[in-house]
Design a binder for this molecule. Structure first.
Ligand SMILES: *Cc1c(COP(=O)(O)O)cnc(C)c1O
Length: 456
């Protein structure tokens, strides 16, 4: 059995223990019917594994619409949504500006396979406001961005090995579906069937926040490592906030060894600030990947770097990379509309301030009652962790058994109209559409749920 990449196969789907809480379980009749049907169409009934409720109670909810910070499921249950499509919807659901721009552009046709002015417009918007990249290439997903960035790093350095960190997720790229073996510095073992061992053999996997392992890896594989790839704000396996000094160490060791540093900012890009984690920590990586927010809810990804490195990408250079629907005009339109809003004065100050208030108040509640519970957060990302630790910086520090508590909390929150991603390893997102009033409501539901989780 494979240890799942995103730890989603752990649960026992459908099984619901007796509800001892004061709130009845929400109706899931229509969702359950849709799910039964979906199972006959798709493996596991879904088109992306994390959507299945494998790590929480009940069947997955089928969503029929979203507006602002709310979503409604097929049974007409209304929720305040903290999943936000796993991050892209920083303006909330069905944002007027995004919808209007998309509708306008769609009137002229949806794809041409030829350049459009909209690609220039989105690229200019990004490059003018981001000093960490000079040129970019649009693709259609985060996975594609990462895959291309790695090929570029290998092509540019003429080296094959990639170093990644346990607990960082980079999409379903073959070479990165690997997990650490048992040693300090190991080649990865594949974490998905279908990935050739030969691919995993090119990937070195080490723990986050471990300078010794990093130094050792560079000693052992001197002049062989094309790139280090990291989520500078690891947010796919809990929120494993790194110290700035550690990220600076990565920068130094890469520079010293002629290795490229890739920041995978598919989540953190445009999230913790317009310039993402690079801007937040003021560290210049060699290549950055973006996804999620960049497309305003449409499928867009991108990778960017210096003019010099990007000159290696085809048709300018020898690194081949292409896409029939890359730079799709409708998707560009959504990105333009969304990113324009982010550039408004005070956007991030307001959003991050709101998040800070929300998370601090939940932490105060939990601490006052001595609950073994921490809210980790940065920008408008937060993670509920059932722990006493002041900081969790590596995947190994997460207590897997604490996920049982998340499971209970998830059910109680759904029953109180709050939607979190269906796994305790996933982070939550706050959008500019989450009003103070709705956040207050959510807090009350979270307090009640915590009391139930920790009731003696
Ligand atoms: C979501 C994510 C990806 C993959 O993006 P997709 O659009 O799902 O292919 C890659 N890296 C990070 C850091 C992500 O969060």
């Amino acid at each position: 059995m494979f240890d799942s990449i995103k730890k989603i196969f752990a649960g026992n789907e459908g099984e619901m223990p007796v509800n001892l809480s004061s709130k009845p379980d929400i109706s899931r009749e229509k969702s359950a019917d849709l799910y039964a049907k979906a199972k006959s169409f798709f493996p596991g009934g879904v088109n992306s594994p994390v959507r299945a409720f494998k790590s929480v109670y009940g069947t997955p909810l089928f969503i029929q619409k979203g507006d602002g910070c709310h979503i409604w499921d097929a049974d007409d249950n209304q929720f305040i949504d903290f999943c936000c499509s796993w991050g892209p919807l920083i303006l909330g659901h069905n944002n007027t500006k995004v919808r209007e721009k998309v509708t306008e552009v769609m009137q002229n046709g949806m794809s041409f396979g030829a350049p459009t002015a909209l690609e220039n417009e989105l690229a200019e918007l990004i490059l003018k406001n981001n000093k960490y990249i000079e040129k970019l290439r649009f693709v259609s997903s985060g996975t594609e961005a990462v895959m291309s960035a790695i090929r570029l790093a290998r092509g540019y350095t003429k080296r094959d090995k990639i170093l990644k960190f346990e607990g960082c997720y980079h999409g379903h790229v073959d070479a990165l579906l690997v997990k650490a073996g048992s040693g300090l510095v190991t080649f990865g073992e594949t974490s998905s069937a279908g990935v050739p061992k030969a691919f995993a053999d090119e990937t070195i996997v080490i723990s986050l926040n471990d300078k010794n392992a990093l130094t050792k890896a560079f000693e052992e594989f001197k002049d062989q490592i094309a790139a280090i790839i990291i989520e500078p704000i690891p947010a796919n396996n809990g929120l494993l906030l790194q110290e700035k000094e550690y990220l600076e160490f990565l920068r130094e060791i890469c520079t010293k060894n002629g290795t490229l540093l890739i920041f995978d900012e598919v989540i953190s890009g445009f999230r913790v600030g317009f310039e993402g984690a690079a801007g937040y920590y003021q560290i210049k990586p060699d290549i950055i990947t973006y996804g999620k927010i960049i497309g305003g809810g449409m499928p867009v990804g991108c990778y960017g770097s210096s003019k010099e490195i990007m000159a290696n990408v085809s048709p300018e250079g020898p690194v081949y990379q292409a896409g029939t629907l890359s730079g799709n005009p409708v998707a560009m339109a959504a990105g333009i509309a969304q990113l324009s809003e982010l550039l408004r004065m005070g956007f991030y100050r307001d959003l991050n301030g709101k998040t800070e208030e929300f998370t601090a108040s939940i932490q105060r509640f939990a601490s006052a009652r001595n609950y073994k519970f921490k809210v980790f957060s940065i920008g408008s990302i937060f993670w509920f962790a059932f722990t006493d630790s002041e900081a969790i910086r590596s995947a190994e520090e997460i207590d897997a058994s604490s996920m049982e508590k998340f499971k209970v909390m998830h059910r109680e929150l759904l029953n109180r109209g709050i939607y979190l991603g269906p796994s305790g390893y996933e982070v939550g997102f706050i959008s500019s559409a989450h009003t103070k009033v709705e956040l207050e409501k959510a807090k009350r539901a979270i307090f009640e749920s915590l009391d139930l989780v920790f009731r003696k």
